[in-house]
Design a protein around this ligand. Structure first.
Ligand code: FAD
Length: 586
């Protein structure tokens, strides 16, 4: 009661809820966790920041080939073991072999669940499943649903959740974790975005699936409410984060609507011009690499591992040197491409464009460099998606452990289903074992909320958030260097200094300030991770350190709050063979 009285005394309206398991997030990972926890007999409450079915990458993400990877639906030579090896090969040294083994072994069963729940995976001629060969996959093993695969997952999972009596409250944003005197997580504090009332949820087990940090960038291919809240909140509570220097981004149409451009769009060899009408790509290609070769090799996301790197570098450079459009983009033109070939190669994209009144052979498309997803996250420490905070389970894009510098396409959707299921089961079991409710130690939380309400006329959250997005877009995507990232970090530090003087908010505007604080925290963590890795590897391209440096940097780095600073610890995962024993089923 103490916590509630203190929050009310500050002027907040407070509601209270109880659950065995509270799941935060409305994406693929969280939805799967909610269903599995309810199947295991738990009373489940879901909180999601965006209205149901509207927020996050699973629901909103769309690409020509959006799909989930799992062996067993294609070649007989493919298997969980091959899937495991592909994943390890893409990121060996940076990902947890035991968790990757679980991912590869469970993924086929999670696809089977989705099929049983009515997800209409694409088929060829109405029979065999249509399989996509993703980057870093040695077999075509990814299944999709007409390019909007995640949406089909979440729709099916929502039906199951409703049948199981899962309660969902949205739009409600996670504000903080509740912990007891021993430091165990015992619930969450949320805020209803419409009414601005706080919601104290007491729950013995908490599952976070709050996704990535798209809202830290001006150009991104998901939804803007995803600003790294979960990462920031976990970091403040002392959880370990891993691989935070690795994130994915690449070319995406940013106007007239937002659309990721995957490999299939590049094999059509679009003409790429800048604001002056100049075809710029050839100027960035080294001798011996043709524009056609670079486009044929294009993978999404940006990686320096192959010649397609020059495309992303060329687009980013044209924009940063002032030769882009007003919206920070270059132009793609498909006028010269045979219409039948376009219809055959990018049928989903053509359909979506037609629905928006766009004809890529007639209209010039504005293409920028957009953030797609984080590969690092809050470190998962076991196959049930536990974190380093007792009582807290972390899943999906929020979590870290199975995505490194590169990851096979299709693995993120698979990860959400596999670890969502395991976390749901694990959380239900954990909740059963710890049913007695323990008092919340709310002193730090109340102090934080007091500070948010402290007058501060110098803090205007919206312009500060835009400034942060601008510097992250300019300095923390394709071409990174010490000077640019240091400058971006100074912006973070200025925001933190302003916030320390008070948030200047009322109960109705508190979330704007809390959001700015989370944005600054997560951006700061990402920037410091990138600054520390003085080498280039996959998506992490340092113009000032262009070579890969295995002698110093061939392993993952864990970041953990240490007072006002960060403790860095090298994490050398065991070699891949060590986990050859089949992971225990949960
Ligand atoms: C365009 C695009 C194409 C992609 N293609 C592929 C692909 O082909 N294959 C693949 O495997 N992966 C792909 N990905 C990546 C993959 O879609 C995501 O990594 C994955 O869906 C993330 O799932 P999630 O459940 O962790 O998070 P999300 O689906 O992003 O959901 C996060 C949820 O958390 C909510 N939330 C955020 N903050 C808060 C808060 N403070 N309080 C409460 N709720 C909060 C959000 O509103 C949202 O509901 C793609 C991503 C994009 C954007």
């Amino acid at each position: 009661m103490e916590l509630i009285k203190s929050l009310e005394a500050l002027g907040f309206g407070v509601d209270i809820a109880n659950a065995d398991v509270v799941v935060v997030g409305g994406g693929g990972a969280a939805s799967r966790a909610a269903v599995s926890a309810a199947q295991a007999g738990a009373k489940v409450l879901v909180l999601a920041k965006a209205p149901v079915g509207k927020g996050g990458s699973t629901v909103h993400g769309a690409s020509e080939i959006m799909s989930m990877g799992a062996s067993g639906y294609g070649s007989r030579d493919d298997s969980p073991d091959v899937h495991y090896r592909d994943t390890m090969q893409a990121a060996s040294g940076f990902i947890d072999p035991e968790l990757v083994r679980v991912l590869a072994e469970d993924a086929p069963e999670r696809i089977r669940d989705l099929i049983n729940w009515g997800v209409p995976f694409d088929r060829v001629g109405g029979e065999d499943y249509k399989l996509i060969q993703s980057d870093f996959g040695s077999f075509a093993r990814a299944l999709g649903v007409a390019g909007k695969t995640g949406k089909a997952f979440v729709n099916a999972l929502a039906e199951q959740a409703a049948l199981l009596g899962v309660e969902t409250r949205a739009p409600v944003a996670l504000v903080d974790l509740l912990r007891d005197q021993a430091g165990t997580v015992v619930g969450v504090l949320g805020m209803d975005i419409d009414t601005h009332r706080l919601l104290v949820v007491h729950a013995p087990a908490v599952v976070l699936g709050t996704g990535g940090a798209h809202g830290l960038f001006t150009q991104q291919v998901s939804t803007a409410e995803m600003i790294g809240d979960g990462q920031a909140i976990c970091f403040r509570h002392g959880a370990e984060l891993v691989n935070m220097e690795f994130h994915q981004f690449g070319p995406a149409m940013v106007h007239p609507y937002v659309q990721l451009f995957s490999k299939s769009c590049f094999v059509l060899h679009p003409k790429m011009t800048n604001r002056l009408g100049h075809e710029f790509l050839p100027g960035y290609l080294p001798a011996g690499v043709s524009a056609e070769e670079a486009m044929d090799e294009k993978v999404f996301p940006f990686t320096i591992s192959n010649p397609s790197r020059y495309i992303d570098i060329a687009i980013a450079s044209e924009i940063s040197q002032g030769r882009g459009s007003e919206r920070g983009a270059v132009y793609f033109d498909f006028a010269h491409v045979d219409p039948e070939r376009m219809a055959r190669t990018i049928p989903n994209t053509m359909r979506w464009m037609a629905a928006k009144g766009l004809d890529p052979r007639r209209d010039k498309l504005e293409v920028g460099i957009a953030f797609q997803c984080l590969n690092g996250g809050v470190r998962m420490t076991s196959a049930d998606a536990s974190s380093t905070l007792p009582g807290l389970f972390v899943i999906g894009e929020l979590a870290g452990g199975v995505r490194g510098p590169d990851r096979p396409g299709g693995n993120s959707l698979a990860e959400g289903q596999v670890f969502g299921h395991r976390a749901g089961n694990g959380a239900a079991r954990y909740a059963r074992e710890r049913m007695t409710s323990r008092p919340v130690d709310g002193d730090v939380l109340v102090g934080r909320m007091e500070n948010v309400l402290r007058p501060n006329v110098d803090l205007a959250p919206a312009p500060r958030a835009s400034q942060l997005r601008e510097v992250m877009q300019t300095h923390c995507l394709v071409e990174k260097n010490e000077a640019g990232m240091t400058m971006a970090l100074q912006t973070v530090q200025q925001i933190n200094q302003l916030l320390a003087q008070g948030g200047g908010a009322t109960a109705a505007t508190a979330l704007d300030v809390l959001s700015l604080e989370n944005m600054a925290t997560t951006a700061g963590v990402i920037l410091q991770a990138c600054l520390r890795r003085k080498e280039s590897r996959s998506s992490h391209y340092r113009v000032d350190y262009p070579e890969r440096d295995d002698a110093r940097y061939s392993h993952a780095v864990v970041m953990q709050r240490n007072g006002d600073g960060i403790r860095y610890t090298d994490l050398v995962y065991p070699p891949s063979d060590a986990s050859a024993v089949k992971a225990a089923q949960s």
